[in-house]
Write a protein that binds this ligand. Structure first.
Ligand code: NAP
Length: 257
């Protein structure tokens, strides 16, 4: 791959395992020349992520960060400052909602499930952008992963769809705030991909099948294609693109029927 991100430093949030979308985008960013720093959520995942990132050299930094805790976000960025005084890229590939909220009817969503889903999946983008922006001294690109359930009803996606709507709107407001600093903020709306998070959504397999039947390209997307879209949005090729939701979904989003 052409080294379009040579010399760039990127922060990657959301690698849980090798199927994670964050991992696909991290691999593509690294292949395009970026140097990366990773988070992991809690000791449970540390070893997993450590093993994966060793692929980029043993010294690839990774630090703990549960995005629902302000003190962990603060500590993460202090750790980042020990490694670099400039950051160019940030990937937000994080979402969570209590399992029961993704099974029944949306109307049954509890106050607590609503709060957790929004805090982890949407507010965290604002909190991370606020910490990253002062380090983006030469401009930057922030990318968040989203899904079509933000704009249309996807049965079972429930409160996560509402949280994704909040994430996409947050990306637009952040794009406005950070535009004068030449920091761009965009979302990639991925079609269904088999990952750990996807397994939590009931009826996920039938979602995939639905895309194979209805999407113009007769399929969803594969992780490498999300990686390539991530490189594009991070690169100078996307220098005038901000506040957008880019669909990498086999074209499904254009269909009315
Ligand atoms: P994944 O591999 O399970 O990634 C989700 C990540 O979020 C995990 O690393 C998870 O860590 C992390 N996370 C959850 N709560 C967190 C917290 N409090 N602090 C820090 N990290 C936390 O699944 P994925 O499918 O790649 O999901 C990545 C993003 O893509 C999500 O925003 C998802 O909504 C979006 N997306 C996925 C699809 C799809 O079909 N898979 C489609 C469109 C968009 P733990 O494992 O420790 O919880």
């Amino acid at each position: 791959m052409q080294q379009v991100l040579a010399g760039k430093v990127g922060l990657v949030f959301g690698v849980a395992n090798k199927r994670s979308i964050a991992w696909a985008i991290a691999k593509a960013w690294a292949a395009a020349g970026a140097r990366l720093i990773f988070n992991y959520q809690g000791e449970r995942l540390k070893e997993n992520v450590e093993e994966l990132v060793a692929e980029f050299g043993e010294k690839t930094p990774l630090f703990p960060c549960d995005v629902s805790r302000d003190e962990e976000i603060g500590a993460f960025f202090q750790n980042v400052r020990t490694q670099t005084d400039r950051v160019d890229l940030l990937l937000h590939s994080i979402a969570f909602a209590p399992r029961e909220a993704l099974e029944g009817d949306f109307i049954s969503t509890t106050r607590e499930a609503f709060r957790i889903a929004h805090e982890v999946s949407a507010y965290s983008l604002v909190a991370l952008a606020r910490e990253a922006a002062p380090l983006m001294t030469e401009g930057g690109s922030i990318i968040a992963m989203t899904y079509y359930g933000s704009e249309k009803v996807v049965p079972h996606y429930n409160v996560m769809g509402v949280a994704k709507a909040s994430l996409e709107a947050s990306a637009r407001y952040l794009a406005y705030d950070l535009g004068p600093k030449n920091i761009r903020v965009n979302c990639i709306s991925a079609g269904p991909v088999q990952t750990l998070a996807a397994r939590g959504i009931s009826g996920f397999t039938s979602m995939l099948k639905h895309y194979q039947e209805r999407a113009p390209l007769k399929r969803s997307c594969d992780p490498a294609e999300l990686g390539a879209a991530g490189v594009f949005l991070a690169s100078d090729g996307a220098a005038a693109i901000t506040g957008q939701v880019i669909y990498v979904d086999g074209g499904y989003q254009i269909m009315g029927m």
